[in-house]
Ligand binder design. Structure first.
Ligand code: NAD
Length: 490
């Protein structure tokens, strides 16, 4: 058996073992065997990382200009691109996602650092006219401070980058805590920080098997802001902890996104968009378009097209260039998806394709599944986080909008139609943070992403995200040099 790769924490600019000396193993979900040994950090490592982040904020990093931080960000972006293959391999070994998808994602990730490098140079306050002519008033934009970034297992480096790049642009320091289910790539990425010329302690990474590690970080008195991506249940706990400490929290949570297909749509294109939306990454994306809301006149044809394409999807080794779908990422997730398929059958779903595990391949394979269901069915209402598409029908536009919005989530959605008026009308009515028209699953550094309702708080990407890592300070300068009556205002 090949020797396991070793990954250590990054605290204060140094790769270190956990203070306890403990390690845990990361399992490859395709081979079913451990492939990496990971430092098993605990609360004491979080304490050390937060202290290092605070010291860095008060040190060299805190006095650097936006132009100097931009240079660091550009170098980091270039390093991510130069190391894309290694990082992609680590992501695949950890999560079973396709190598070609991860390589594409890593090759694009540098552009996030470059985009925020540009913004780092533009952070400026304003001179504000005051009603009292004796004052000059201006604002300064200052970093919010030490940031806790907590990420899930499904796209560790992408979702970390959505926090790290704007945080560094703003001048913050950060402690990153990746998921216990996919910890290695974030520690692999941490090895690039020093090469980018980023001072020690600005970026720290602590991994740990226990979920208490994330809890300790999100409740830590030394943290000034929490940026979290994960499930709605954990996000709620993080938000409560932030409220107790009265610090800001940005939350990117779950989704149950609708894809609304009208009878005039290009059904081939819609079928392709549905496949991309729910079977890419084996359905393990927060923005999975898992609810198909299709006009009853084209339901049978569209479901047939999607089921036909699903039946051709090549399952297998995530490193194989021909593979289109890998396993789901871990045992608990595999059990969860199987549970939803059992419930769907019990509730009377019609299976157009799939509906079972693919045991012949070993690993945690689930067949791409296409179901026709009732709007009340569990599989149509709850986030499965697996390769399962559930279809319901509508007869008119109002019913389509009602079905699309009948969910506690509001992360994303799509409208498929050739009618330009209807396309924009429906896009305006879907209560979600991103709506694609005749497309699905496109994101960019410059375009805000985030959720309505229980899908989250705040936005990542774009200029809005930078604001979330900045405080505004108003500075009043008395211009006359005189004294004033201390018992009147102004
Ligand atoms: P999760 O909520 O179980 O865990 C997320 C992270 O939080 C992990 O690092 C975990 O260790 C940590 N954590 C656990 N308990 C904690 C606590 N009490 N306080 C602070 N941190 C804690 O989520 P997951 O299973 O890793 O990820 C899947 C979920 O993430 C899905 O629901 C998915 O929709 C969501 N997600 C959302 C987005 C988005 O952008 N909206 C993107 C990807 C994934």
């Amino acid at each position: 058996m090949p020797e396991q790769e070793q990954f250590r924490l990054l605290i204060g600019g140094k790769p270190v073992d956990a203070i306890s000396g403990k390690t845990f193993e990361s399992q490859n979900p395709y081979t079913g065997t451990p492939w990496a040994t990971i430092s098993d950090g605990g609360p004491e490592d979080i304490d050390a990382a937060v202290a290092a982040a605070r010291a860095a904020l008060d040190g060299e990093w805190g006095s650097m200009t936006g132009f100097q931080r931009a240079a660091c960000l550009r170098r980091l972006g270039d390093l991510v691109t130069a190391n894309a293959e290694t990082l992609a391999r680590q992501e695949v070994n950890d999560s079973g996602k396709l190598y070609r998808e991860m390589l594409g994602q890593l090759n694009g990730l540098g552009s996030w650092y470059h985009y925020y490098a540009g913004l780092a140079q533009t952070i400026e306050g304003r001179q504000i006219p005051a009603p009292n002519p004796n004052y000059l008033v201006y604002t300064r934009r200052e970093p919010v401070g030490v940031v806790a970034a907590i990420t899930p297992w499904n796209s560790p480096l992408l979702l970390m980058t959505w926090k790290l790049a704007p945080a560094l642009a703003a001048g913050c320091t950060i402690v990153v805590k990746p998921s216990e289910h996919a910890p290695a790539s974030t520690l692999g990425f941490a090895q690039l920080i020093e090469q980018a010329g980023i001072p020690a302690g600005v970026v720290n990474v602590v991994t740990g098997l226990s979920r208490e590690v994330g809890e300790h970080l999100s409740t830590h008195p030394g943290v000034d802001k929490v940026a979290f991506t994960g499930s709605t249940a954990t996000g709620r706990a993080v938000a409560k902890a932030a409220a107790d400490r009265l610090i800001p929290a940005t939350l990117e949570l779950g989704g149950k996104s609708p894809q609304v297909v009208f009878p005039d749509a290009d059904l081939q294109a819609a079928a392709n968009g549905l496949v991309a939306g729910v079977f890419a990454a084996s359905g393990q994306t927060c923005m999975a378009g898992s609810r198909l809301i299709v006009h009853r006149d084209v339901h049978d044809e569209l479901v047939r097209l999607v089921a036909e394409r699903a039946s051709q999807i090549k399952l297998g080794d995530p490193f194989d260039a021909d593979t289109e779908m890998g396993p789901v990422a871990n045992g608990p997730q595999y059990d969860k998806v199987r549970g939803y398929l059992d419930t769907a059958r019990e509730e009377g779903a019609t299976i157009a394709y799939g509906g079972a595990t693919e045991d012949s391949l070993g690993g945690y394979f689930i067949q791409p599944t296409v179901l026709s269901v009732k709007p009340t069915d569990t599989v149509f209402r709850e986030e499965v986080f697996g390769p399962v598409l559930s279809a319901v029908t509508f007869t008119d536009e109002d019913e389509a909008v009602t079905l699309a919005n009948d969910t506690p989530y509001g992360l994303a959605g799509a409208v498929w139609t050739k009618d330009v008026h209807r396309a924009h009308r429906i896009a305006g009515k879907i209560r979600a943070g991103s709506v694609w028209i005749n497309a699905y699953r496109v994101v960019a550094p410059s375009v805000p992403f985030g959720g309505y309702k229980q899908s989250g708080l705040g936005r990542e990407n774009g200029t809005a995200s930078l604001d979330a890592y900045l405080e505004t300070k108003s500075v009043w300068v008395e211009l006359t040099g005189g004294t004033r009556d201390p018992f009147t205002l102004g």
